[in-house]
Design a protein. Structure first.
Length: 211
C-alpha cells in the first residue's frame, strides 16, 4: 500500500505487487489498510486492468482461460473494488467512485480484442447501476473512457511507429493521450466540481468515438 499526496489529498494505492484485484480478500485487506492509515475514504478509483493481447482474439478462437482472466481482473476486480470501496464511502457519509472503462467497451473499435472489449462494456453497465443505486446515499459513480493512451499496457503497439500512425489517423485530435490527461478527468469526476455528475461515461479519447 503506497501513500502519497495528489491534488491536495492523501492517496493510498493498491499495486499488483501487493495482491490480486480479482481476489476479494486482497481487495478487502487493501481497503481496510487504507481506512486505517487515512482515517476514512472520500474517493475510490477502480483503475486496475489487463489486456492479454497475445491471447485475446475473435470469439471463435478465443480460449476460455483468456476470457476468464480478462473478466476476472477488468470486471470482477472493479466490482470488488466498488463493493468494499462503497462500504468505506458509506461510513464516510458519501463520496465518489470513479472507474476506468474504455472506448473499446462502448464501440466495436478493438477488433479481435473480444475479451477486453466485453469486460469494459461490463464496467460501463456496472457504473450506471451503481450510480442509480447509491445516489441517495450521497455517492456519485462515474467512469472515464480512455482511448489511445501512452501507458505500459499499450507498449505492444506504441513501439511500432507505423502502427501508431495508423491508429491516430482515426483520432480527430491526431495524437495519443498522455496518462496525465486521463488522470485530470478522473480528478475532476472525483472532485466537488463534479458534484452534479453521476452515472456518466466520460470519453477521454481525442474525439475517437465522436466521429
Amino acid at each position: 500500500m503506497e501513500r502519497l499526496e495528489a491534488e491536495g489529498a492523501a492517496v493510498a494505492g493498491f499495486d499488483v505487487s501487493e495482491g490480486d484485484v480479482a481476489r476479494e480478500q486482497d481487495v478487502e485487506a487493501a481497503i481496510a489498510r487504507a481506512l486505517e492509515e487515512l482515517g476514512g475514504l472520500d474517493v475510490v478509483v477502480a483503475n486496475a486492468a489487463t489486456q492479454l493481447v497475445a491471447g485475446d482474439a475473435r470469439a471463435d478462437v478465443l480460449e476460455l482461460d483468456i476470457w476468464q482472466r480478462t473478466l476476472d481482473v477488468n470486471l470482477t476486480g472493479v466490482f470488488l473494488t466498488a463493493k468494499h470501496g462503497v462500504r468505506a464511502l458509506l461510513r464516510s457519509g458519501g463520496g465518489a467512485l470513479v472507474c476506468t472503462g474504455s472506448a473499446a467497451g462502448a464501440y466495436g473499435i478493438a477488433a479481435a480484442l473480444d475479451a477486453y472489449s466485453a469486460s469494459k462494456a461490463g464496467v460501463h453497465g456496472l457504473v450506471r447501476v451503481l450510480a442509480a443505486g447509491y445516489a441517495r446515499d450521497g455517492i456519485r459513480v462515474n467512469a472515464v473512457l480512455p482511448g489511445l493512451t501512452r501507458t505500459p499496457m499499450n507498449d505492444w503497439w506504441l513501439g511500432d511507429p507505423a502502427r501508431v500512425a495508423e491508429a491516430v489517423r482515426a483520432v480527430p485530435l491526431g495524437r495519443v493521450a498522455e496518462p496525465e490527461e486521463v488522470a485530470a478527468v478522473i480528478a475532476f469526476l472525483a472532485s466537488d466540481d463534479a458534484s452534479y455528475v453521476t452515472g456518466a461515461l466520460w470519453p477521454v479519447d481525442g474525439g475517437l468515438t465522436a466521429v
